[in-house]
Design a protein around this ligand. Sequence first.
Ligand code: CTP
Length: 396
Amino acid sequence: MARILLVISGGIAAYKTLELVRRLRERGHETPAILTEAATRFVTPLSVGALSNQPVLTDLFDLDREREIGHIRLARAADLVLVAPATADIIARMAVGRADDLATAALLATGAPILVAPAMNPHMWAHPATARNVAQLRADGVRFVGPERGEMAERGEAGLGRLAAPEAILDAIEMHLSRDDRLAGRHVVVTSGPTHEAIDPVRYIANRSSGRQGHAIAAAAARAGARVTLVSGPVTIPTPPGVTLHAVESARDMLAAVEAAMPADIAVMAAAVADWHVEAAAQKLKKTASGPPALTLSENPDILATISRSAARPRLVVGFAAETENVIEHARAKLARKGCDWILANDVSTGVFGEADNSVHLITADAVEDWPRLSKEEVGHRLVTRLAEALSDETR
Ligand code: CTP
């Protein structure tokens, strides 16, 4: 049972959250709620409270109830905050950190994970301002479910903007809440993010990796009860809860941190490690009349191959392969070359860097599993399920 603080903002889809409240209560969750002023035009606090049998707060200021319940206390006591439906307006206010009503004040005050289920007109969802706000919130660690494609309330309008189906929202909630012990007692080391290879004290070579996939895997392993060491290059996303971070810059630092983290039961190498480094100049390189400096590149250590072949090899070593063509074939060759157990082959021909979704195939020595297009969180969750199964088969 969990305490899910429900924030309802003012959209036509607000009536659908009544069904959600009923379903969450059926599952034994408590759902205190905060309605924005606009939300109260679509659903009444009374109907939400009657279904949840929990406190409902609104901005129709009630000093006694506020003193008694307190929106900050509700925010602090929640295991998860669900914003459903989330309008373009509340998303914008969240993105800039406003606290101009009870709902946004609670969203700022909470330390719990926040799950947002947007619902709005497709043009509003597609607007660059909304896209920018959503990207900002994602970077802040806020999770999204939906919107889905479908008919809108406005006649004849269809597109991306409909509130996710109750089942999808319930699944997302369970995924974010679920803490289990499938990997209890296991140590999982995950690499994530890009590496930065210094050219001189102010310049470096890097790549476009956001770290989102590696971080999502670390988060999923922690939720499954593992002790997780996340060795990450420079990223702008938050460290998942319950994970120990070792922040590194270069591939050589990353290898040293991974080796220092051993022994481990599982290693997942999701970092986009630079293949080469430069012998960094001790002082900033200056422009000279003789033209640009020549950079001499040297090979970086291959962390995945090194760990796969080391004496301290974890029982399961998983690598990634970014491919634009012949995905399976190339990944198979990589599996053999690097000596790892599995490869998650990523089809990057459609562009996944910094995206929310990922298209992967799980390649083992003798099989290929095609996974549907999933969010990076779901890829993490699925991988953890497969890892837990594999380790329990082994110990049986
Ligand atoms: N990797 C690593 N150390 C490196 C390079 C890569 O640990 N120095 C790991 C990555 O974390 C990833 C896998 O190896 O798990 C990717 O291998 P890589 O050879 O870099 O493959 P691609 O990025 O797919 O590139 P290419 O096809 O050019 O080999």
